[in-house]
Design a protein around this ligand. Structure first.
Ligand SMILES: NC(=O)c1ccc[n+]([C@@H]2O[C@H](COP(=O)([O-])OP(=O)(O)OC[C@H]3O[C@@H](n4cnc5c(N)ncnc54)[C@H](OP(=O)(O)O)[C@@H]3O)[C@@H](O)[C@H]2O)c1
Length: 413
């Protein structure tokens, strides 16, 4: 951006939008001003004079003086309409809307390129953690092998509290809603759609791969039960909702699933609303970035950083997306090691385990630990039954039940 002055049209004045307003007031060196703010609800009281606000998006989109649109609304479809229009009109865009970006990734990237403007979205993944620019600028040469993240603060808060404070899942969810960590409709978080949208953005920057949300398996924590928590506690494991993408040959293996995490693993101590991203690369080995994954100021800080970057003409280059060597394909046939808690044995007839290392049947609690392909999990509707819970489990020690996989399997087949 060559203009000296940044004139911002802001859409959304909720948690992040109002945080951004304050952060900009406290950062005079940015030399940016918010000229107009687009909002929706005419009945809400606002903390700024009325002349700042508009209920008509065209007041911002048609304003030639506004050279940057910052999109921070909670409606992904309307966000797409606003962002596409802004890009077409030659305005740079900064957004935090991972759902919109994941659903329309290539269209938006193409629009930005065609109109020679920047589309930046650091705040869309990991809140305050600067992972997108790190992937773009630092890891553009080192061959990445894996990227994994705790990318949803709401579920990490719930999982931390259920394990450390002996509270039930529904009790902690209610508490999280009261504290403003969880939305009144928490589906996108607890069913792991939100971290999946973020993983899709990471896939583009880490591996140059553009995929649709429906191609990536997501399984959340809604069905987490007391027995699963006990399983974790008896073995000194934490439970984390992990988004993962790894290179296997020239394929990518990607999913979002709960995971039993051992004390020696980096994610073990990432608690409450904190997020973390671990990158494993061929030469630099493993690195962990951690920070606040949500909240007004932490998220606004990432938006602010993008606005500041526009001042020196910054745009993502998508090195991996446009490099000729990027010929990776998504592969769901790779085996994963899972813990499956179930009641109805019908589920075992639908899942064909490659191997079973542990199985337990006792009154009211059946589980099996074994390996199977991700594709298997993607095809089984019974996984959504409330008496079923699935989590990745790596190396399991000290079984609670005696190991008796053959006996259990003999009873099934
Ligand atoms: N909250 C976080 O910690 C966080 C973290 C990372 C990313 N994000 C992302 O940031 C974005 C904003 O989140 P938020 O938590 O700030 O949401 P929020 O608190 O619910 O605020 C949403 C804002 O969007 C406005 N809005 C909704 N529909 C609109 C429309 N059609 N036209 C104009 N304005 C409209 C609302 O207007 P009214 O004020 O009139 O209702 C409100 O000001 C979302 O994409 C979210 O996923 C949030």
């Amino acid at each position: 951006m060559t203009k000296k002055h940044t004139s911002i049209g802001l859409f959304g004045f909720g948690c992040v939008g109002s945080g951004l307003y304050e952060v900009i007031q406290r950062t005079p060196t940015l030399q940016a001003e918010i000229k107009r703010i687009g909002i929706k609800d005419k009945s809400k009281k606002r903390s700024l004079p009325a002349h700042f606000f508009t209920f008509d998006k065209w007041d911002i989109l048609n304003d030639a003086e506004i050279n940057v649109v910052v999109e921070l609304i909670d409606d992904a479809d309307e966000a797409f309409a606003i962002v596409s229009e802004a890009l077409k009109r030659g305005k740079h865009v900064v957004t935090a809307n991972k759902k919109m970006l994941a659903n329309h990734f290539q269209t938006l990237v193409d629009l930005a390129r065609e109109n020679r403007v920047s589309l930046l979205y650091e705040a869309a993944v990991g809140g305050s953690i600067p992972i997108i620019r790190t992937l773009e600028e630092y890891y553009n040469n080192d061959a990445l092998e894996q990227i994994e993240g705790i990318l949803n603060g709401t579920t990490n808060y719930i999982l931390t509290k259920t394990l450390t404070e002996n509270k039930r899942y529904d009790e902690v969810l209610k508490q999280a809603q009261e504290l403003g960590f969880a939305e009144s409709n928490p589906t996108m978080d607890v069913q792991a759609f939100d971290p999946k949208f973020k993983l899709i953005l990471l896939l583009a920057h880490a591996f140059g791969m553009v995929v649709k949300p429906e191609q990536v398996f997501n399984y959340g924590i809604e069905q987490l039960g007391e027995k699963d928590i006990l399983f974790a506690k008896q073995r000194n494991l934490a439970i984390k909702l992990v988004a993962s993408a790894s290179i296997v040959g020239n394929h990518i293996h990607a999913y979002v699933l709960p995971k039993f995490v051992q004390q020696t693993e980096s994610f073990y101590g990432v608690n409450n609303e904190f997020n973390a991203v671990q990158v494993a690369a061929a030469f630099s080995d493993k690195q962990l970035l951690t920070g606040k994954g949500a909240g007004s100021f932490p998220t606004a800080a990432a938006v602010l950083s993008d606005i500041a970057a526009l001042r020196f003409g910054y745009a993502y280059e998508y090195h991996k997306l446009y490099s000729s060597s990027a010929s990776l394909a998504l592969d769901n046939s790779v085996a994963v090691s899972i813990y499956l808690r179930y009641t109805d044995t019908a589920i075992l007839e639908q899942l064909s385990f490659d191997s079973v290392s542990e199985a337990c049947r006792s009154k009211g609690y059946n589980y099996i630990i074994g390996t199977l392909s991700l594709q298997q999990l993607m095809n089984v509707d019974l996984l959504l039954n409330k008496d079923v819970f699935v989590a990745i489990v790596n190396e399991v020690t000290e079984p609670v039940c005696a190991k008796q996989p053959q006996a259990v399997l003999a009873g099934i087949h």
